[in-house]
Ligand binder design. Structure first.
Ligand SMILES: N[C@@H](CCC(=O)N[C@@H](CS)C(=O)NCC(=O)O)C(=O)O
Length: 225
């Protein structure tokens, strides 16, 4: 019997976008063999990796069952939707269109409007443009706080918020929220005054699928300071 895993994934231990896919795989009882792309060493810009993902970013998921003409799967949200369509249980999106739109909107606040502002390629550009370590830290704190405060405001004021960001089951929104809180923690940034996020985060972390995706538990992670 073949022991080869269906999925393999280019990943990095602290990557927020990779964390999203790890949680989704765990929730659905799937696994992926990981190949580390060391973002601190700039391996994402190696020509061999750019041939796999021209954006030079992780995660990138390879599905051994995909046809020869199917490219690697990139973009964490596209991967989450792919996993949800191919392994529907437990669902990562609600069943009604308004609910799905709300969850996708919450997810996009953090994955489209927050996360790209704190990735290594942006740090590299701003550093070359004159940012020192203190300016970068102020920048990180500003954008993590802006994104999570806006997310908190929606959770605290919208009736659809429940045990989790949308109702009483984990959705894509929680995975994205946790991915941003986690990477902020890795950078030792704690955003204050987000009680709803803190409450939901505690519920997420109590679940094995989230706990197993903790960045500090991944291969390649340095000892936790
Ligand atoms: N929108 C992409 C973001 C991917 C991304 O930027 N990943 C980061 C790690 S979390 C990365 O690989 N960055 C490399 C760089 O910025 O040079 C997704 O959701 O997958």
């Amino acid at each position: 019997m073949s022991t080869q895993n269906r999925f393999s994934m280019y990943a990095f231990w602290r990557s927020s976008a990779t964390y999203r896919v790890r949680v989704a795989l765990n929730l659905k009882g799937l696994t992926a063999d990981e190949h580390a792309i060391d973002l601190d060493r700039g391996e994402q810009r190696d020509s061999s990796f750019l041939a796999v993902n021209p954006m030079g970013a992780v995660p990138t998921l390879i599905d051994a069952e995909a046809g020869e003409s199917s490219p690697p799967l990139s973009q964490s949200l596209a991967i989450l939707e792919f996993l949800d369509e191919t392994t529907p249980r437990p669902p990562l999106l609600p069943s009604d269109p308004h609910g799905r739109a709300r969850v996708r909107s919450l997810a996009a606040m953090l994955t489209a409007d927050t996360h790209p502002l704190v990735v290594p390629r942006l740090k590299r550009y701003l550093t070359e443009a004159g940012f020192d370590a203190a300016a970068w830290r102020r920048w990180q704190i500003h954008w993590f706080t802006t994104g999570l405060a806006a997310y908190e405001q929606r959770l605290a004021t919208e009736a659809a918020t429940g045990t989790y960001s949308h109702g009483d089951a984990v959705t894509m929104a929680d995975i994205c929220m946790a991915s941003i809180v986690m990477v902020a923690r890795v950078f030792d940034i704690v955003v204050p005054d987000v009680p709803t996020i803190d409450r939901i985060m505690a519920s997420c972390e109590a679940q094995p699928a989230f706990a197993a995706a903790n960045p500090w538990r991944q291969e390649g992670a340095p000892p936790k300071p």
